[in-house]
Design a protein around this ligand. Sequence first.
Ligand SMILES: *Cc1c(COP(=O)(O)O)cnc(C)c1O
Length: 331
Amino acid sequence: MVAITDVLMAATAIKGVADATPLVPSALSRRLGGDLWLKLETCQPIGAFKLRGASNAVAHLPAGASGVTCCSTGNHGRAVAYAAAARGLRAVICMSELVPEAKVDGIRALGAEVHIHGRSQDEAQIEALRLSRNEGLVDISPFDDPHVIAGQGTIALEMLTARPDLDTLLIPLSGGGLAAGMAVAARALNPDIRLIGITMDRGAAMAASIEAGHPVEVEEVPSLADSLGGGIGLKNKHSFRLCRDLLDEVVLVTEAEIYAALQALYYEDRMVAEGACVVGIAALMAGKVTPSPQMGTVITGRNVGMAQFTRVITGQDVILGDLTVKGHPYG
Ligand SMILES: *Cc1c(COP(=O)(O)O)cnc(C)c1O
């Protein structure tokens, strides 16, 4: 399926597009009960780690492919657009009419064509399927693709090369491409390492699927960790099995815990990061993960909505659908 050799080959294939990022000690280490190392994927050109998987998939397109497509409006869409442009390939990102103009412009600015189709993500996906059937474009999944998984795995390769003494990895978990790839690499380099997938406690499809023993659908609800929303696909082929088999544990955190962790990362480490990045810190702060001497986590992306981020760091309430996260100043 996906093995350490695939991750090693990915490391070579993505060079020059998605480069190595810094691994820095967190100022939160002392209060968290062990050293915590932050892998700064916020330093990637598109501000998120998804460029690793997308650029590896683009480097391994089948013969005859004329370009790539996908239907993500978030970090994956940006990654596919950037990776294709870097190799001089055509990229078409499919979106629904409901996607805000700013996101559409952001993707276009990265050099991709945008096809607006229908009024939902599902209808936009139909356009991506049509393009892959009729125009020879390859539809790249954000997480359920062996090349994407191997690309994301290079994060763990770099972390454990820089710090072989890391004994725990706290990995943000959504579709599981990141966790699957990192787990393949980390287990190969250190069979004893503790691997913990972390996600929010509402609308967590991978956690529910592992619990059920097969991929299930869950209702998507708004979250401070919006990059962790979305399903894993009922026909999931790769990321589900790898996460189920390789992760030691999956831990869920509340929106209030994510809120507090965003403040902590901002005020102690002076970092602007998405809610998805701080779930590991949130789990440690809430006592849901037992600390160990040398822990690592991934600061996965910095593409925050500035209005909501400002509310969090200034201690105001945040409304997420039917849930209000009560505001409070840091500390
Ligand atoms: C996609 C994403 C994740 C989760 O990655 P998966 O491979 O879907 O589990 C975490 N953080 C950010 C910022 C992301 O864009």
